[in-house]
Design a protein. Sequence first.
Length: 266
Amino acid sequence: MVQEKAKVLFNKKVGSSYFRIGLTCHNGYAKAKPGQFIMLHQPKQNTSLLPRPFSIHRLIITNGRIQGIELLFKVVGGCTEKLSKYRKGDYLDILGPLGRGFIIPDKYQRIFIVSGGIGVAPLFFLASSLRAKIADPSTCRLFIGGRSKHDILCLDDFSELDITISIATDDGSLGEKGLVTDLLETATKENPPDIICACGPFAMLGSVARIAERYAVPCQVSIETIMACGIGACLGCAVKGKKGLDKYLHVCVDGPVFDATALKIW
Ligand SMILES: Cc1cc2nc3c(=O)[nH]c(=O)nc-3n(C[C@H](O)[C@H](O)[C@H](O)COP(=O)(O)OP(=O)(O)OC[C@H]3O[C@@H](n4cnc5c(N)ncnc54)[C@H](O)[C@@H]3O)c2cc1C
Ligand code: FES
């Protein structure tokens, strides 16, 4: 983990309220795991004293060398609004890579990846890492959901990975009308995968965890809490663990990716 000044390589709008920002980073990110995050602080902006957590969306690699990291973010408040105004050549403070990412067993037949809204941010890094290791695209299937077609991100990127993609939107403007978890349940019932990995809104993750439990499929979820420090110092990101395990877990150091059975939050 390193605190550094990161230079903005690009900052592009990719939808109504979504942006992709590229930042330079130190070489240690070459070992970053999908699901890990950074704490980002905007030194010159008078928005908040606290840094904000963002997942690593992808590594920017040129000629085999890591040049930076890309974040995918949604404008939801003061800090993300200011972040959307950063331009190439500006500087931000970043600390990372932080937390525990997804732990994928060496041998598996099939993985289901479930994304809701901006939860897609760490999941493209996950899917691309899996595909880089295993040539067969049928090992990995993506279920992606959002309120409308405007909230379904990274489809072109996922398509390049050649994996099966199932889409659901609340308003039916893209894919099936309804919940992405309904698509997940149908597919899991037909032919359960070896593992389910998910990131998205809290309610969606609860539903994914229950489906996984019903069909006895191991499940890892990446969860969000308010984070002030990102390194286990403020204890502000505590969530309840299951009975028999530690009573409280800290999302920044014990997560943000957890085995769904370790949590007592849904
Ligand atoms: C591990 C982790 C990874 C994340 N990765 C991404 C990502 O890749 N892309 C992305 O767009 N967002 C991500 N988030 C959420 C992102 O941190 C918040 O959207 C951001 O901090 C909001 O800041 P703001 O000042 O713009 O909004 P605020 O005005 O502060 O708040 C707007 C909303 O964001 C929530 N929020 C505020 N601060 C935090 C915080 N520190 N942690 C979590 N939620 C917060 C508030 O509860 C509120 O609902 C992640 C959060 C966590 C915990
Ligand atoms: S954010 Fe401070 S302990 Fe987790």
